[in-house]
Each structure stands twice: as C-alpha cells, then as structure tokens.
Design a protein. Structure first.
Length: 347
C-alpha cells in the first residue's frame, strides 16, 4: 500500500513540475454571439452618452425680506436621487477540459497524499519506536537476568569449589581412616634369622634357619619367599674355585600363615669348599655371609605386602676346628639387617 502511494505521489510531482498549458476561455457559439453583441453595444455606448439616471432638482430660494444674503443659503441645498433601473448582468456557462480541473485540484490532492503518506510514516515510525523500545527493555531485562545468573554461577562455583575441597578433605580423612583400619587389621610378617654357631666345609653345606611369624590380627595368604646366600672372604685368594653357588631358592614354608601361631621355620643353604678350612682356621680370616631375599604376601583386604630378607652375618674368626669339616665360629658373629642402595626395607 505504501509503495503504491509513494509511486502515485512521485507521478503527481512530475506532472506538477511540467509547465501548464495556457488557459483559453472556450465558449459556445451562442456565448460568442452574445459576447459580440455586448461588445458592439459597448462600443455604441461609448459613442453616445447615456442620459443620467438621476435628475437633480434645484429648490428655488425666495428672497429674504430682511435683505439677507441668498448665496449663504445655497450651500445647504438638498438633492434628491432617483433610480430608474438595474443594470443587466450576463451569466455565461463556461465548460473546461478535465486536465484544467486536474491542474486546479492536483496540488490539493498532492498535498493530501503527502499528508497521508507522512501520517502513515509517522505511524510506522511510532510502531517501530514501540517495537525498538520493547526490544531494548527486553535486552536490558535479559542483561539483568544474565548478570544475576552470572553472579549465581560464580556463587555456585565458589560453593562447588568449597564443597569439592570439603569432599576431598573428607575423602582424604576417610582414606586415612580406612588405611589406619587396614594397617591395624592387616597381617604383618616378621622374619627372624637364627645365628650360626658352626660352619661346615664340604658338600654337606650350611643351613641358615629363618623363622616366619605373623604378628598381625588377621592371616597372611598367598605367602611366597625366595632368596640367596653366599660366603665372602676379604683379602683371601684361594687356590681352587669359588664356593658353589646354588642360586635363588624357594623358601616359602606354606601358603597361609595364620596370626597368633608359633613361627614357621625354613632355611637357605650355602656351601664352603673343604680345602678352605685350613686356610681360614690358621690365617684367622674375617668371613662375611650375605643373605638376600624377599617375602611376599596378601592381607585379607587383598593388598600386596613385602618383607625383605637383607641380612649380613660377620664372623671375626674361626675359634677351633671340631673335625669332620666342622669349625666353631666366634660368638661375636650376629645377623644384622642391612639397607640396600635402593632403600629396600620391610613394608
């Protein structure tokens, strides 16, 4: 609708801008004849003057018996006017073409259309203003809501972080309590190595007695143990071979070791050549016996535990020879637990 009105207004503006044709008073033949007649009569009237319509009457003044001046009274003379007729008025019917009417009323129509279009534009602008004002209010409302939501989210984040920290601390405390409970209730393997009092040279070998005892409140299960033992003599260069190395040995006494039961014994074996006896007895060499191994087991909670078998026994010297390749060792020789370079200790 507005587009059509704008096109019509544009066309009216173009027509108004064009130069209008000169107006010509067109009359009919009858009117033209009457006009010629009137013109001829006008010409005749100009030739012969019309008689005056008003006949002035002069009132005679009588002579003043007292001898007054008659000329002074003539100034107050009264005149009477008589109308003899009404002049004729000619009314002619003039027919004009449609474009003259259009040119006469076009500017008013154009002004009306401009006013209508302006009114419609004002309505449209007011409507757009209302829409924009409502949109701006909605945007401000949404901005306020978003700001509140952001504040709530920040508060929730702070609360969530605080809750997470509290939960983490609670979890740590619970884990610590669980660990304390497990440590209190789990099995604990203690290893005791029996002191050597004699050394046997030859094929019979020497046995290192090891005792396993569960000192915890619950049983140890899936017990596994292995280790090695050998003799090391410093500053000693025997003429024959090194002592026979039996390698790693399985020394687990049993699969399950219950709590509050007597220790379970097992042993490791090592050998000393028979030909070393005389040299060690008479040269008073220091003897070092090294035992290395590990005990592995599980508690009732399924956790794995290990106990290392890292012990050394230092024998200052051999006291006397008993015969049958058996020699008594110095009573100062004792087993001592050692810590390896990797810090392997009981756990």
């Amino acid at each position: 609708m507005l587009k059509r009105l704008a096109i019509l207004v544009f066309l009216l503006a173009i027509v108004q801008a064009l130069d209008p044709a000169p107006r010509r008073a067109t009359t009919s033949a009858r009117n033209s004849g009457s006009n010629d007649k009137n013109s001829s009569q006008g010409n005749q009237n100009t030739a012969s003057p019309m008689p005056p319509l008003v006949t002035p009457q002069v009132k005679t003044v009588s002579a003043n018996p007292h001898g007054c001046d008659v000329a002074a009274e003539t100034t107050n003379t009264e005149h009477s006017v008589r109308i003899t007729g009404i002049p004729s008025i000619a009314i002619t019917d003039i027919h004009k073409p449609w474009w003259e009417y259009f040119l006469d009323w076009g500017q008013w129509v154009f002004a009306g259309l401009l006013a209508f279009v302006g009114w419609q534009q004002v309505r449209l602008l007011r409507r757009q203003e209302k829409i924009l004002f409502g949109a701006r209010k909605e945007i401000h409302t949404q901005a306020r809501h978003m700001s509140r939501q952001a504040d709530l989210m920040n508060r929730n984040n702070v609360i969530t972080l605080a809750t997470a920290r509290a939960a983490n601390e609670s979890a740590k405390a619970a884990n610590a309590q669980i660990k304390i409970m497990k440590d209190k209730e789990r099995a604990r393997m203690m290893v005791n190595v029996i002191r050597l009092e004699t050394l046997t040279f030859g094929e019979d070998g020497n046995q290192i007695i090891i005792q396993f005892e569960n000192i915890g409140p619950t049983q140890a299960q899936n017990v596994r143990a292995n280790g090695t033992a050998k003799v090391v003599i410093r500053d000693f260069d025997p003429s024959d071979l090194e002592p026979f190395d039996v390698g790693e040995q399985e020394i687990a006494p049993q699969d399950v070791i219950r709590a509050n039961r007597p220790p379970v014994e097992t042993y490791l074996v090592f050998f000393i050549p028979e030909k070393w006896g005389d040299d060690l007895v008479y040269m008073e060499r220091r003897i070092l016996i090294e035992m290395r191994g590990v005990v592995e087991y599980e508690d009732i909670f399924g956790d794995q535990h290990t106990t290392p078998l890292n012990y050394d026994m230092r024998i200052p010297k051999i006291v006397k020879w008993r015969g049958n390749n058996v020699a008594e060792v110095h009573p100062m020789g004792q087993w001592r637990e050692v810590v390896l370079a990797d810090g392997n200790r009981a756990t």
